[in-house]
Ligand binder design. Structure first.
Ligand SMILES: Cc1cc2nc3c(=O)[nH]c(=O)nc-3n(C[C@H](O)[C@H](O)[C@H](O)COP(=O)(O)O)c2cc1C
Length: 278
């Protein structure tokens, strides 16, 4: 079992480990926490197929997540065929790890099942037309997918999410044969990490910036952000990446609508796919 302090140092940087170190006695850690704290996205996969039954086990973990009102408003399309995976990779910002990974999961908001049940019962399904119902499906899908991430990592596999699945969502919908009231939210590539291209734990903002006790805090955040910038620049350097600060990357990402790479049209695309978002 890993030393919890080491896991926390990797997550926050040695100078920003929250609370007194003595609270994190080695016996406080367990394999679940160890897996969670050691998470890192993997973008270099070996091509070997996953052991038989892995997909079904991962989906059982996904479906074990809580579900809003137990409506279970998500579905997932699993891709293993290299040609289809390659086409989806092209649609999702041409990220090569999608081609490499033996398994790619496309997570979907799926209101079509409830639509079907309502039609079969001859009743209206007005609730499905509202933004909140879409959000419910998106939250359910995210919770389910994150269970898959943790389950996969507990099996020694690696994963990376693919938000770029929303860059060209209508083309993705066509490729996956999605009916109306089903929309692609994000992807998840799953596979054995390639040891030759190892991934590292990426530090996060200090808890002082993220955790507010009782009410939202008014303490200035600038020095916390500055420390995090330095931490991320150092992390990038250690990964042989340009030593960009977090604020630089973040501002690039939010400065213009074009940085959304097509996702600025999401609302219209959702309407085309049958979501009214009232
Ligand atoms: C919803 C979502 C979408 C993401 N989309 C992408 C993506 O398209 N490409 C990519 O390389 N990483 C993607 N990521 C991974 C993030 O970049 C990564 O989680 C973040 O940098 C933190 O690194 P870590 O997961 O290694 O801790 C995505 C993560 C999430 C949660």
């Amino acid at each position: 079992m890993s030393d919890p302090l080491e896991l926390l140092r990797a997550r926050y940087g040695a100078a920003h480990v929250p609370g007194s170190a003595s609270r994190y006695a080695p016996e406080a850690i367990n394999p679940v926490l160890e897996t969670l704290l050691a998470h890192r996205s993997v973008r270099g996969f070996r091509s070997d197929a996953l052991p038989g039954g892995t997909l079904e086990l991962l989906i059982a973990a996904a479906q074990s997540a809580p579900s809003s009102s137990n409506l279970q408003t998500f579905s997932v399309v699993s891709l293993e065929e290299p040609e289809r995976k390659a086409r989806v990779a092209t649609l999702a910002a041409d990220q090569n790890f999608i081609r490499e990974a033996p398994l790619f999961l496309a997570w979907l908001v799926d209101l079509s099942r409830l639509q079907h049940i309502a039609s079969a019962a001859g009743v209206t399904a007005e609730g499905l037309e509202y933004l909140d119902t879409f959000l419910m499906g998106a939250i359910d899908a995210a919770l389910a997918a994150q269970n898959v991430v943790t389950a996969a990592e507990s099996l020694g596999l690696g994963t990376v999410y693919v938000g770029a699945l929303r860059n060209r969502p209508l083309e993705v919908a066509r490729e996956l044969g999605l009916p109306k009231s089903v929309f692609p939210l994000f992807g998840l590539a799953v596979g054995r990490p390639d040891e030759a291209r190892p991934a590292s734990v990426k530090p996060r903002l200090s808890q002082a910036l993220v955790l507010h006790r009782e009410q939202y805090g008014t303490t200035p955040i600038d020095s916390g952000i500055e420390s995090y910038d330095a931490l991320i620049a150092e992390f990038n350097r250690s990964q042989n990446l340009p030593p960009a600060r977090w604020t630089e990357r973040t501002l690039e990402r939010v400065r213009t609508a074009s940085a959304l790479r097509g996702r600025d049209e999401l609302r219209e695309q959702l309407v085309v796919q049958g979501f009214e978002l009232k």
